[in-house]
Write a protein that binds this ligand. Sequence first.
Ligand SMILES: C[S@@+](CC[C@H](N)C(=O)[O-])C[C@H]1O[C@@H](n2cnc3c(N)ncnc32)[C@H](O)[C@@H]1O
Length: 284
Amino acid sequence: MTWTVQAVLEAAEAVVVKRGSGPARVDLARCLAGVLGVSRLHLLLDYERPLSEDERASYRARFQRLLDGEPLAYVMGRREFFGRSFRVTPDVLIPRPETETLVSAALEALPEAAHVFEPCTGSGCVAITLALERPDLVVTASDVSAPALGVAAENAASLGAEVEWLKGSFWQPVAGRVFGGLVANPPYVDPARPDLFDASLRFEPEAALFSPAGDPTFAYRELLAGGIDGLVIGAPVLFEAGIDTAEPLADLAERHADYGDVTRVLDIAGKCRVLRLRRCAVTG
Ligand SMILES: C[S@@+](CC[C@H](N)C(=O)[O-])C[C@H]1O[C@@H](n2cnc3c(N)ncnc32)[C@H](O)[C@@H]1O
């Protein structure tokens, strides 16, 4: 039998159907397209293309990882974000669609030529996209994880973005500096609420996901506190939040004397996953 694209995909789909669970059909095709180094459209137009023994072995290994529940982005080592392809490894969070809402809101809110700080950068997808979409901005990004910063720097080099990368916790690596904007997607999943997250998260770095148990707004409080000295008056602040953290965070921001103009940014499904606020002068 000749193992064509069609035959390989049908065999993989049959395994998933027999198991009753597994990767989505579209991911099986994306995975095969990645192995063959072609686009998914190209793959679909070339259903009769025969696979070499090496190509089949490579697909089999990746298919097994997908069956084990590993996200496609780690299996392929890449993820699309804001129309660009980013390298991802198990050292970084897989960029999410909701983070594109954060970036869109930031692109709109950040003033011309602002120096923007993005702590918790992970793969660098936010900082790099800001730098590429708005060449007027000066972008500094940081993370506690040295391996994550390595991935971010590699992404910046391959995508041609200029970003300053620093290692350290929240505001610590930029102590004494003052920025014109803050954009952050910090860890906000409460490990005390396993009902709120799914099993595939087990492949992602814990430091990227989890807040201290029972305290999902911890990182935001740290970032808001640091912003009192670290942001100019009027600087926009954009935060991504979890489904369960957006409202407690909005409440926190609304009661904070040093911040104002708290706005809930809705995604296309009408859900609030991003908050916009502003560093303001304390009156009275
Ligand atoms: C939710 S991920 C966000 C990654 C990326 N910005 C994105 O949106 O896809 C959070 C990142 O924060 C980093 N991190 C965790 N605690 C931190 C801290 N105290 N200071 C700076 N970065 C931290 C993690 O290593 C991880 O890369």
